[in-house]
Ligand binder design. Structure first.
Ligand code: HBI
Ligand code: FE
Length: 290
């Protein structure tokens, strides 16, 4: 997630990065305090997953088997590659768009190696290993979602070539990071930005405050987003296959027409929007609303 486009001024050690921006994870260098902080974050978020995450996320989280310590990416890769053909690679932090898309197109997901500090439990402006791993890796165990992510990487490279980075970045933002799904058992989250956040998880699914609209590719790619607060609008898909179908087509003609159209505001409804109601609120979750 997060919208920086150079590596200068970013947290993380880029001095040892290879040309594709990967590094060694050096798992042995995490300290006991890091693992303890991971366990705290894991315990808090995994509780929320039961009530708020879609089934694919919950299943993938169990298979990632990472409750007790910061995960060793090489170990997780054995299970992940068997499940969906994906592989995790270690990176120092945010990497340039082109390299990011190249990794996705090759079924490699870049995971940041550093962990936040205890005083940053809730808010971060750059992805750390908790966001990247806990938020993104569970869905990568799902074959259909993995296929979507690979195709997204391919389309992202094409979009860069036609000057439509903001448009494909919005698709990623409103699905991979902040997507909701209309599941059999009600509204659920699958986005990593939602599910790695203690506050935004109940907010995205249950709060009456934000807008929720049925996912539409053009509408989504035209809509600006905020990186400094909970989202104002969430897009709701019907099934993971909907995402796969969306990126199966040639996006270039669509992107070329979209770059000429005005952007849409993150906080309003537009003609043609199909609003989706929030999930009925459990009383004990009220305290987490804002
Ligand atoms: N790098 N590590 C990392 N994580 C991201 O989510 C990321 C990135 N580089 C670029 C990027 N995202 C954007 O291109 C996408 O969000 C569209
Ligand atoms: Fe992310």
């Amino acid at each position: 997630m997060f919208g920086a486009h150079t590596t200068s001024g970013l947290r993380g050690d880029y001095s040892r990065a290879r040309a594709d921006f990967t590094v060694e994870q050096s798992w042995q260098t995490y300290g006991e305090a890091d693992h303890a902080l991971w366990r705290r974050l894991y315990a808090r978020q995994s509780q929320l997953v039961r009530h708020y995450a879609c089934r694919a996320f919950a299943d993938g989280l169990a298979r990632a088997d990472c409750a007790d310590a910061i995960p060793d990416l090489a170990r997780v890769n054995r299970a992940l590659t068997r499940a969906s053909g994906w592989q995790l690679v270690a990176v120092p932090g945010f990497i340039p768009d082109e390299q990011f898309f190249r990794h996705l197109a090759a079924r490699r997901f870049p995971v940041t190696v550093w962990l936040r500090k205890p005083e940053e439990l809730d808010y971060l402006v750059e992805p750390d290993i908790f966001h990247d791993f806990f938020g993104h890796v569970p869905m990568l165990f799902d074959r259909a979602f993995g296929d979507f992510m690979q195709a997204y990487g391919e389309k992202g490279l094409r979009a860069l070539a036609v000057g439509a980075l903001p448009h494909v970045a919005r698709l990623y933002w409103y699905t991979v990071e902040f997507g909701l799904i209309d599941a059999e058992d009600g509204l659920r989250a699958f986005g990593a930005g939602i599910l790695s956040s203690g506050g935004e998880t109940p907010y995205a699914v249950e709060s009456p405050t934000p807008l929720r609209v049925r996912f539409d590719l053009r509408r989504c790619m035209r809509t600006r987003y905020r990186i400094d607060d909970f989202q104002k609008t969430y897009f709701v898909i019907r099934a993971i296959d909907e995402l796969k179908d969306t990126v199966a087509q040639d996006l270039v003609p669509l992107l070329q027409s979209l770059v000429l159209e005005p952007e849409l505001e993150p906080d309003r409804l537009y003609p043609g929007d199909e609003p989706v109601p929030p999930r009925a609120c459990r009383p004990e979750a009220q305290g987490a609303m804002r």
